[in-house]
Design a protein around this ligand. Structure first.
Ligand code: ADP
Ligand code: 3PG
Ligand code: MG
Length: 395
């Protein structure tokens, strides 16, 4: 068992909390989805209630080791300040004498500070020991609440634990609890729904899930690589050529293990991927010159029927290009079906776009758990040990 924030006496201590404030910003640098910020509030509030000074740190985007003003964390600091209802000091950097001076304000009335984007130096992603030590000098206790970043062995996640007493925050704890339960003692039937676009990122999860689940429903662009392997025409639909061997191996493995993989039997297709494009339903194949942008109505029915008796459902990856309203039906129907299962089944949603999808349909409250992790939730579901969790102190 790893230590958690509850295991420390926080009174008058400087608590350094790694959060994942890697949130989307619009052109005017406004935070467009503050879920990751909200998700960190219980830990921050707890530390404040216990009389601690809170120093937060995060990355935002991929600035590649140099300062990029559009990737400053100050919009996140602004949003956090609104949510907490108190001032949040935005530091000019993550380490150094100037930051030390700025953090001096924590001795006055200010209780919360946010360091500047950790990835403004390459040392963060290099898991550099000196940088980690400098970061550690900003606090007395280290708490990791950045589940979404815990698959990264970076200085603020991994190396820093060598220099401070360390433990998990409430968000990290909750993520591990829900994702862990889903994977370790799932109530059966256990159904996984996979979709989205990144076959190469996710094919490992499919492989691991075969050992755990009863059925796998595949939609989104991910389906086309599998359909292609089965010799089904997919027209111009997105698929990954160099993953066809792996897809074939997965289909074989599933067959050998008696795990049913259900692929779309029909599709919403267009000739041009535009919201205004004329649509048609085609299936099981897609003619030349047409692109699959959503699962079709028969597939929706098939997937809903399959989900009806499920006791555990893990969903990662939208069923279509849900950002365009005419292509969102499949994802909306699957979301509605999972909402209907509330109270009857455990439903776990992972992946940034899938979460955005469920939240966008206003049904997030009906899900058992929506992970704040994208890559992290996937790696966790794959059964990998996340370096950020492994590095924390044992009880
Ligand atoms: P998540 O962020 O939940 O892990 P992904 O990033 O893998 O999910 O996939 C989400 C993306 O997949 C969305 O941007 C969506 O438009 C895209 N997508 C879904 N279905 C299709 C499709 N049929 N063709 C192209 N892109 C698709
Ligand atoms: C995420 O958004 O998944 C995390 O913040 C990690 O970001 P990264 O993929 O750039 O490491
Ligand atoms: Mg995504």
């Amino acid at each position: 068992m790893k230590k958690t924030i509850r295991d420390f006496d926080l009174k008058n201590k400087r608590v350094l909390i790694r959060v994942d404030f890697n949130v989307p910003l619009d052109k005017s640098l406004k935070v467009t989805d503050d879920n990751r910020i909200r998700a960190s509030l219980p830990t921050i509030q707890y530390a404040l209630d216990k009389g601690a000074k809170v120093i937060l740190m995060s990355h935002l985007g991929r600035p590649d080791g140099k300062p990029v003003s559009s990737m400053s964390l100050s919009p996140a600091a602004g949003r956090l300040s609104e949510l907490l209802g108190e001032r949040v000091l935005q530091c000019s950097d993550a380490v150094g004498t100037r930051v030390k001076e700025e953090l001096g304000q924590l001795n006055g009335g200010v209780r919360v500070a946010l360091l500047e984007n950790l990835r403004f130096t390459a040392d963060e992603e290099k898991n550099d020991a000196t940088f980690a030590k400098q970061l550690a000098e900003n606090g007395e206790i280290y708490i990791n609440d950045a589940f979404g970043s815990s698959h990264r062995a970076h200085a603020s996640i991994e190396a820093i634990t060598k220099y401070l007493p360390s433990g998990a925050g409430f968000l990290l704890e909750k993520e591990i609890q829900y994702l862990g339960e889903a994977m370790q003692n799932p109530k059966k039937p256990f159904v996984a729904i996979l979709g989205g676009s990144k076959v190469s990122d996710k094919i490992g999860v499919v492989d691991n899930l075969i050992d755990k689940v009863d059925k796998i429903l595949i939609g989104g662009a991910m389906a086309y690589t599998f359909l292609k392997v089965q010799g089904v025409e997919i027209g111009g639909s997105k698929y990954e050529k160099d993953k066809t061997d792996l897809a074939r191996a997965i289909l074989d493995k599933a067959k050998a293990k008696g795990v049913e993989i259900l692929l779309p039997v029909d599709h919403l297709v267009v000739q041009k991927v535009e919201e205004s494009a004329a649509t048609r339903i085609e299936g099981p194949g897609i003619p030349q010159g047409w692109f699959g942008v959503d699962i079709g109505p028969k597939t929706v029915e098939l997937f809903k029927r399959t989900l009806d008796t499920a006791k555990t459902v893990v969903w990662n990856g939208p069923m279509g290009i849900f950002e365009m309203k005419p292509f969102a039906t499949g994802s909306r129907e699957v979301t509605a079906k999972l909402a209907e299962l509330a109270g009857r089944a455990t439903t776990v949603i992972g992946g940034g776009d899938t979460a955005a999808c469920v939240i966008g349909f206003g049904l997030d409250g009906k899900m058992s758990h929506i992970s704040t992790g994208g890559g992290a939730s996937l790696e966790y579901l794959e059964g990998r040990v996340l370096p950020g969790i492994a590095a924390l102190q044992e009880k």
